[in-house]
Design a protein around this ligand. Structure first.
Ligand SMILES: [Zn+2]
Length: 272
């Protein structure tokens, strides 16, 4: 608790001194107008709280629902192995694994494969087409976890077009599996930040969950946090104790439904 507390207070005072709320945000709002392209993000790359995360995720939490365990298939890549060290990757994955296990959803921790620098981003923007022969399975429900340095992209048209800087994003990506042969896959981009719940949040989107604005929910978004003092405060407390964050039983069931639908689709495809 000690080190996380310190990191928390440092972030807190930086936020108050006008650097911005981004250090405490789970993510910027996709449609929010207040999130300008110049909003900086705080990224003190520190391994201070990794030990604590690895410690509490060792113990399984009480499941939030009773259902047969479902599996979400993932592979993982990074083009920034200097910041996405094995230890950091492990701790972020272990945390996501811990939350999902409580929803009776299993996620394995695959080997983090290293790609050349800037494979996943171009001029700090995420690439929706990755020109690399990534190893992807035959399963179209597979999700690529892409760990990178920046997660920025353009949203909107004309004068509404803005560049957004997020902690993570959940979308689809085209992957060049062979020369001129592209495959579409689900993808979750995550950049390194002190907010370790980002990966779980983005996996929530991947499995069909929308944003909410209630305390201690993993699907909280940046605008919800900025819009309410209670939310800001609980996000801050939650930041220091990520084990307090959760998916609701209803959200767990929605994720099960998404995985179930995809399995059914896959079976149908196989029969044809
Ligand atoms: Zn989100």
């Amino acid at each position: 608790m000690g080190s996380r507390l310190w990191a928390g207070w440092i972030l807190w005072s930086l936020s108050l001194s006008g650097v911005g709320w981004s250090g405490l945000d789970i993510e910027a709002d996709w449609f929010g107008g207040s999130w300008g392209p110049t909003t900086p993000s705080l990224s003190p790359y520190s391994d201070w709280d990794i030990k604590e995360t690895l410690h509490f995720t060792k113990k399984p939490g009480t499941p939030w629902i009773q259902k047969p365990v479902k599996r979400v298939l993932v592979t993982a890549y990074t083009d920034r192995p200097t910041i996405w060290t094995t230890l950091r990757y492990r701790s972020v994955m272990r945390l996501a694994q811990w939350y999902l296990a409580r929803c009776r959803i299993r996620i394995d921790i695959p080997k983090l494969r290293v790609l050349p620098h800037k494979t996943l981003t171009h001029k700090r923007l995420v690439r929706w087409k990755v020109p690399r022969p990534l190893i992807v399975s035959k399963d179209p429900a597979e999700t690529l976890l892409l760990f990178t340095h920046d997660v920025q992209y353009y949203w909107g048209r004309g004068s509404q077009r803005r560049r957004y800087r997020l902690l993570g994003v959940s979308s689809t990506v085209w992957v060049e599996v062979k020369r001129n042969h592209w495959l579409k896959r689900h993808a979750v981009w995550t950049r390194l930040s002190p907010v370790y719940t980002t990966l779980a949040h983005e996996l929530g989107h991947r499995l069909g969950l929308p944003h909410v604005s209630e305390p201690y929910r993993l699907m909280v978004t940046g605008s919800g946090v900025r819009g309410s003092l209670t939310m800001l405060w609980t996000s801050f407390l939650g930041y220091m104790a990520p084990q307090r964050f959760r998916f609701t039983p209803q959200e767990c069931l929605t994720m099960h439904k998404t995985l179930h639908k995809q399995r059914k689709r896959r079976h149908k495809k196989g029969k044809r």
